[in-house]
Design a protein around this ligand. Structure first.
Ligand code: IP8
Length: 249
């Protein structure tokens, strides 16, 4: 059994302020994950460590070595905080930086080295990836969102559990989470889907949903749940259907 969990950057950071970590939340998230760390790949969002520098340097539209380096260094710092917290909580995390193992084409993942991830999981380690900058074969460099990493890795590893933790209770329609979502619901809900709090250069809730609907089309369902509510991460890791379940038609 393989599980892929994403924790949104809005949980781990204050997305309105540059490089503003939320240490208490990082510790809580790490402890929940460390209670069930086996057969798991963790992906976390970049939060204000990524979206604010990316916007400052005009990524992904304008390429600059400095913009790329500073944005990567910033998201790697958040990754370091998450990895540290997981170690302290008793898990065996391994940082995996997408910049070093991913190639994009037109902004989409063209290749990602999944074999090391598989090997890590097999050996009892917990790979920890994150939203990052990455080289793009068609336009120098781009941004790889955690929301794109999750389905790619889930497909490659044939994940049984895919859970995407955000700071809301799921896909909200008129303020309330809907229990299930399929591609057929997309058109009617389009106008109602919210963006993201703070600065977000990778698409908010709609971007997430489109990725997960594609994944569902390939036979892998997922849940979008509220990871800021204590206990929800542990429940999602056990495969519970919290929040909104994204499934095939
Ligand atoms: O927060 C975005 O990753 P996300 C990565 O997972 C950057 O969408 C560098 C903004």
């Amino acid at each position: 059994m393989t599980r892929v969990l994403k924790i949104g950057g809005s949980i781990l950071t204050d997305k309105r302020r540059d490089a503003a970590a939320r240490p208490e939340e990082i510790r809580r998230v790490a402890e929940e994950i460390a209670s069930s760390p086996e057969d798991l790949v963790l992906v976390h969002g970049a939060g204000s460590f990524g979206h604010i520098p990316a916007r400052r340097y005009g990524l992904p539209e304008s390429f600059s070595p400095e913009g790329l380096l500073q944005t990567h260094k910033s998201v790697a710092r958040l990754n370091d905080l998450v990895v540290e917290a997981l170690s302290r909580a008793g898990a065996s995390p391994m940082p995996v930086h997408p910049l070093s193992c991913t190639l994009l084409k037109d902004g989409r993942i063209e290749a990602l080295a999944v074999k090391p991830l598989r090997e890590m999981v097999r050996d009892g380690l917990l790979p920890v990836l994150h939203g990052d900058v990455a080289m793009d074969a068609s336009r120098k460099a781009g941004i790889v969102s955690g929301d794109q990493l999750v389905p790619y890795i889930a497909r490659a590893l044939g994940a049984d559990v895919v859970a995407v933790g955000t700071d809301v209770d799921g896909v909200l329609v008129s303020g309330s989470p809907i229990a299930e979502m399929t591609r057929a619901d997309l058109a009617s809900l389009e106008g109602a889907l919210g963006g993201s709090t703070g600065v977000d250069v990778t698409g908010g809730m709609k971007g997430k949903l489109l990725e997960l609907l594609d994944l569902a089309d390939d036979g892998i369902g997922s849940v979008i749940f509220n990871a800021s509510r204590e206990g929800n991460i542990s429940r999602a890791l056990m495969g519970e259907h919290l929040g909104t379940r994204v499934r095939a038609i």
